[in-house]
Design a protein around this ligand. Structure first.
Ligand code: G3P
Ligand code: MG
Length: 245
Protein backbone atom coordinates (compact mmCIF):
# COMPACT_ATOMS: atom_id res chain seq x y z
CA UNK A 1 0.00 0.00 0.00
CA UNK A 2 1.35 3.46 -0.90
CA UNK A 3 1.44 6.49 1.35
CA UNK A 4 -1.79 8.29 2.25
CA UNK A 5 -2.82 10.70 -0.51
CA UNK A 6 -3.52 14.35 0.20
CA UNK A 7 -6.75 15.51 -1.48
CA UNK A 8 -7.40 19.25 -1.47
CA UNK A 9 -10.99 19.89 -0.40
CA UNK A 10 -12.61 22.32 -2.91
CA UNK A 11 -8.98 23.05 -3.91
CA UNK A 12 -6.65 24.68 -1.38
CA UNK A 13 -9.70 26.26 0.24
CA UNK A 14 -7.86 27.40 3.38
CA UNK A 15 -5.92 29.84 1.17
CA UNK A 16 -8.08 30.61 -1.87
CA UNK A 17 -11.79 30.81 -2.70
CA UNK A 18 -13.27 27.30 -2.71
CA UNK A 19 -13.89 25.55 -6.03
CA UNK A 20 -12.07 28.13 -8.17
CA UNK A 21 -9.11 27.61 -10.50
CA UNK A 22 -7.06 29.76 -8.08
CA UNK A 23 -7.72 27.20 -5.32
CA UNK A 24 -7.00 24.25 -7.63
CA UNK A 25 -3.75 25.73 -8.95
CA UNK A 26 -2.60 26.57 -5.43
CA UNK A 27 -3.26 22.98 -4.31
CA UNK A 28 -1.22 21.68 -7.25
CA UNK A 29 1.63 24.08 -6.46
CA UNK A 30 1.59 23.10 -2.77
CA UNK A 31 2.07 19.44 -3.71
CA UNK A 32 -1.39 17.91 -3.18
CA UNK A 33 -1.88 14.50 -4.79
CA UNK A 34 -5.38 15.35 -5.91
CA UNK A 35 -8.33 17.73 -5.87
CA UNK A 36 -11.81 17.31 -4.45
CA UNK A 37 -14.57 19.43 -6.01
CA UNK A 38 -18.36 19.63 -6.22
CA UNK A 39 -20.42 19.62 -9.42
CA UNK A 40 -23.92 20.66 -10.54
CA UNK A 41 -25.59 20.96 -13.98
CA UNK A 42 -26.36 24.38 -15.44
CA UNK A 43 -29.66 25.14 -17.23
CA UNK A 44 -28.01 24.34 -20.58
CA UNK A 45 -26.43 21.09 -19.35
CA UNK A 46 -22.85 22.18 -18.58
CA UNK A 47 -21.07 20.57 -15.61
CA UNK A 48 -20.03 23.42 -13.33
CA UNK A 49 -17.90 23.42 -10.19
CA UNK A 50 -19.63 24.94 -7.16
CA UNK A 51 -20.64 23.60 -3.75
CA UNK A 52 -24.13 25.00 -3.19
CA UNK A 53 -27.31 24.64 -5.27
CA UNK A 54 -27.45 28.43 -5.45
CA UNK A 55 -24.77 30.98 -6.38
CA UNK A 56 -25.62 33.29 -3.45
CA UNK A 57 -22.98 32.40 -0.84
CA UNK A 58 -19.94 32.51 -3.13
CA UNK A 59 -20.95 35.18 -5.67
CA UNK A 60 -23.46 37.38 -3.81
CA UNK A 61 -25.95 37.08 -6.72
CA UNK A 62 -29.33 35.37 -6.58
CA UNK A 63 -30.18 32.21 -8.49
CA UNK A 64 -30.06 28.46 -8.62
CA UNK A 65 -27.35 26.88 -10.76
CA UNK A 66 -30.03 24.79 -12.48
CA UNK A 67 -31.84 27.98 -13.63
CA UNK A 68 -28.74 29.74 -15.01
CA UNK A 69 -26.98 29.17 -18.34
CA UNK A 70 -23.23 28.67 -18.51
CA UNK A 71 -22.88 32.15 -19.97
CA UNK A 72 -24.75 33.66 -17.01
CA UNK A 73 -22.72 31.61 -14.55
CA UNK A 74 -19.40 32.60 -16.15
CA UNK A 75 -20.15 36.29 -15.63
CA UNK A 76 -20.25 35.83 -11.83
CA UNK A 77 -17.38 36.62 -9.46
CA UNK A 78 -16.68 33.69 -7.12
CA UNK A 79 -13.51 35.18 -5.63
CA UNK A 80 -14.31 38.54 -4.03
CA UNK A 81 -16.26 37.06 -1.11
CA UNK A 82 -12.96 35.79 0.30
CA UNK A 83 -10.59 38.63 -0.62
CA UNK A 84 -10.27 41.42 -3.21
CA UNK A 85 -7.09 39.73 -4.39
CA UNK A 86 -9.31 37.03 -5.96
CA UNK A 87 -11.82 39.43 -7.56
CA UNK A 88 -13.15 38.13 -10.87
CA UNK A 89 -12.35 34.44 -10.26
CA UNK A 90 -15.06 32.65 -12.26
CA UNK A 91 -16.99 29.50 -11.42
CA UNK A 92 -15.03 26.84 -13.35
CA UNK A 93 -16.38 24.12 -15.61
CA UNK A 94 -15.44 20.51 -14.83
CA UNK A 95 -13.53 20.52 -18.15
CA UNK A 96 -11.15 23.19 -16.89
CA UNK A 97 -10.30 21.26 -13.74
CA UNK A 98 -9.93 17.97 -15.64
CA UNK A 99 -7.54 19.70 -18.01
CA UNK A 100 -5.42 20.86 -15.03
CA UNK A 101 -5.39 17.41 -13.37
CA UNK A 102 -4.54 15.69 -16.67
CA UNK A 103 -1.73 18.15 -17.23
CA UNK A 104 -0.27 17.89 -13.69
CA UNK A 105 -0.80 14.15 -13.18
CA UNK A 106 -3.14 14.75 -10.24
CA UNK A 107 -6.05 12.69 -8.93
CA UNK A 108 -9.54 14.15 -9.08
CA UNK A 109 -12.44 13.44 -6.71
CA UNK A 110 -15.62 14.62 -8.38
CA UNK A 111 -18.44 14.94 -5.86
CA UNK A 112 -21.85 14.81 -7.54
CA UNK A 113 -24.01 17.32 -5.65
CA UNK A 114 -27.26 15.67 -6.67
CA UNK A 115 -28.59 14.89 -3.23
CA UNK A 116 -31.08 17.81 -3.27
CA UNK A 117 -31.65 18.28 -7.02
CA UNK A 118 -31.57 15.11 -9.14
CA UNK A 119 -29.95 16.63 -12.30
CA UNK A 120 -30.95 13.91 -14.82
CA UNK A 121 -27.99 13.14 -17.10
CA UNK A 122 -25.32 14.37 -14.66
CA UNK A 123 -23.70 10.92 -14.39
CA UNK A 124 -23.33 10.55 -18.18
CA UNK A 125 -22.11 14.13 -18.56
CA UNK A 126 -19.40 13.61 -15.93
CA UNK A 127 -18.22 10.27 -17.38
CA UNK A 128 -18.03 11.78 -20.89
CA UNK A 129 -15.78 14.57 -19.62
CA UNK A 130 -13.54 12.26 -17.59
CA UNK A 131 -12.98 10.20 -20.75
CA UNK A 132 -12.36 13.29 -22.87
CA UNK A 133 -9.35 14.15 -20.68
CA UNK A 134 -8.13 10.55 -20.34
CA UNK A 135 -8.60 10.77 -16.56
CA UNK A 136 -10.57 7.55 -15.88
CA UNK A 137 -7.73 5.93 -13.94
CA UNK A 138 -7.14 8.90 -11.65
CA UNK A 139 -10.81 9.73 -10.97
CA UNK A 140 -12.96 8.99 -7.93
CA UNK A 141 -16.66 9.82 -8.18
CA UNK A 142 -18.36 10.36 -4.82
CA UNK A 143 -21.82 11.42 -3.68
CA UNK A 144 -24.23 11.48 -0.78
CA UNK A 145 -26.72 10.24 -3.42
CA UNK A 146 -25.92 6.53 -3.40
CA UNK A 147 -28.49 5.77 -6.13
CA UNK A 148 -26.50 7.99 -8.44
CA UNK A 149 -23.31 6.05 -7.64
CA UNK A 150 -25.15 2.88 -8.58
CA UNK A 151 -25.97 4.51 -11.94
CA UNK A 152 -22.28 5.33 -12.42
CA UNK A 153 -21.35 1.76 -11.52
CA UNK A 154 -23.86 0.38 -14.04
CA UNK A 155 -22.57 2.70 -16.78
CA UNK A 156 -18.89 2.13 -15.94
CA UNK A 157 -18.20 -0.79 -13.57
CA UNK A 158 -14.45 -0.08 -13.42
CA UNK A 159 -14.89 3.54 -12.25
CA UNK A 160 -13.90 4.18 -8.62
CA UNK A 161 -17.12 5.19 -6.86
CA UNK A 162 -17.25 6.31 -3.23
CA UNK A 163 -20.15 6.62 -0.80
CA UNK A 164 -20.14 9.83 1.20
CA UNK A 165 -21.78 9.51 4.62
CA UNK A 166 -22.02 11.29 7.96
CA UNK A 167 -23.17 8.62 10.43
CA UNK A 168 -21.34 5.87 12.25
CA UNK A 169 -22.74 3.04 10.09
CA UNK A 170 -22.65 -0.59 11.19
CA UNK A 171 -19.93 -2.39 9.18
CA UNK A 172 -19.87 0.28 6.46
CA UNK A 173 -17.79 -1.97 4.18
CA UNK A 174 -20.77 -4.38 3.95
CA UNK A 175 -23.04 -1.47 3.10
CA UNK A 176 -20.59 -0.25 0.43
CA UNK A 177 -20.50 -3.70 -1.15
CA UNK A 178 -24.29 -3.86 -1.06
CA UNK A 179 -24.56 -0.53 -2.89
CA UNK A 180 -21.91 -1.68 -5.37
CA UNK A 181 -19.32 1.06 -4.81
CA UNK A 182 -15.56 0.59 -4.55
CA UNK A 183 -14.56 2.99 -1.75
CA UNK A 184 -15.79 4.95 1.28
CA UNK A 185 -15.63 8.67 2.10
CA UNK A 186 -16.79 8.92 5.73
CA UNK A 187 -17.14 12.00 7.91
CA UNK A 188 -13.92 11.80 9.95
CA UNK A 189 -15.40 11.54 13.51
CA UNK A 190 -17.07 8.25 12.55
CA UNK A 191 -13.78 6.63 11.51
CA UNK A 192 -12.58 4.14 14.13
CA UNK A 193 -9.70 1.70 13.91
CA UNK A 194 -12.16 -1.17 13.29
CA UNK A 195 -13.75 0.80 10.45
CA UNK A 196 -10.45 1.19 8.64
CA UNK A 197 -9.41 -2.40 9.38
CA UNK A 198 -12.75 -3.80 8.16
CA UNK A 199 -12.55 -1.77 4.94
CA UNK A 200 -8.92 -2.72 4.36
CA UNK A 201 -9.79 -6.41 4.83
CA UNK A 202 -12.62 -5.97 2.31
CA UNK A 203 -10.23 -4.26 -0.12
CA UNK A 204 -12.15 -0.96 -0.03
CA UNK A 205 -10.15 2.29 0.31
CA UNK A 206 -11.20 4.76 3.04
CA UNK A 207 -10.78 8.52 2.50
CA UNK A 208 -12.15 10.56 5.43
CA UNK A 209 -13.35 14.16 5.02
CA UNK A 210 -12.80 17.02 5.93
CA UNK A 211 -9.83 16.64 8.24
CA UNK A 212 -8.39 19.96 9.40
CA UNK A 213 -7.11 19.18 12.93
CA UNK A 214 -3.50 18.07 13.13
CA UNK A 215 -4.19 15.50 15.82
CA UNK A 216 -6.81 13.84 13.61
CA UNK A 217 -4.51 13.97 10.60
CA UNK A 218 -1.89 12.11 12.65
CA UNK A 219 -4.35 9.49 13.90
CA UNK A 220 -5.68 8.77 10.40
CA UNK A 221 -2.18 8.70 8.87
CA UNK A 222 -1.21 6.10 11.47
CA UNK A 223 -4.22 4.02 10.45
CA UNK A 224 -2.95 4.15 6.83
CA UNK A 225 -6.18 5.41 5.30
CA UNK A 226 -5.85 5.56 1.52
CA UNK A 227 -6.36 9.34 1.36
CA UNK A 228 -7.40 12.30 3.52
CA UNK A 229 -9.53 15.18 2.26
CA UNK A 230 -8.46 18.50 3.81
CA UNK A 231 -8.68 22.29 3.45
CA UNK A 232 -5.13 22.57 4.85
CA UNK A 233 -2.94 20.97 2.21
CA UNK A 234 0.46 22.07 3.52
CA UNK A 235 -0.32 21.09 7.12
CA UNK A 236 -1.33 17.59 6.02
CA UNK A 237 1.74 17.25 3.77
CA UNK A 238 3.95 18.18 6.73
CA UNK A 239 2.15 15.74 9.02
CA UNK A 240 2.59 13.01 6.42
CA UNK A 241 6.33 13.67 6.23
CA UNK A 242 6.54 13.42 10.03
CA UNK A 243 4.35 10.33 10.49
CA UNK A 244 5.63 6.79 10.25
CA UNK A 245 2.58 4.51 10.03
O1 G3P B 1 -16.24 15.11 -0.50
C1 G3P B 1 -16.04 15.41 0.84
C2 G3P B 1 -16.77 16.66 1.26
O2 G3P B 1 -16.56 17.63 0.29
C3 G3P B 1 -18.25 16.43 1.47
O3 G3P B 1 -18.89 17.54 2.01
O4 G3P B 1 -20.23 19.58 1.93
O5 G3P B 1 -17.76 19.76 1.79
O6 G3P B 1 -19.05 18.86 -0.13
P1 G3P B 1 -18.97 18.99 1.36
MG1 MG C 1 -17.50 18.18 -1.53
Amino acid sequence: MGQTKVLAHRGYSAKAPENTMAAFRLAAEAGADGLELDVHLSKDGEVVVIHDETVKRTTGKKGKVTNLTLEEIRRLDAGSWLHDHFAGEPIPTLDEVLSLTADKGLWINIELKNNKIRYPGLEQAVLERVDRYGMAERTIISSFNHYSLRTIHELRPEMDTAILYMADLFEPWQYARHVGVSSLHPYWPTVREETVYGCQQAGLPVRPFTVNRQQEMRRLLQLSVEAIITDHVTVLLEERRATVP
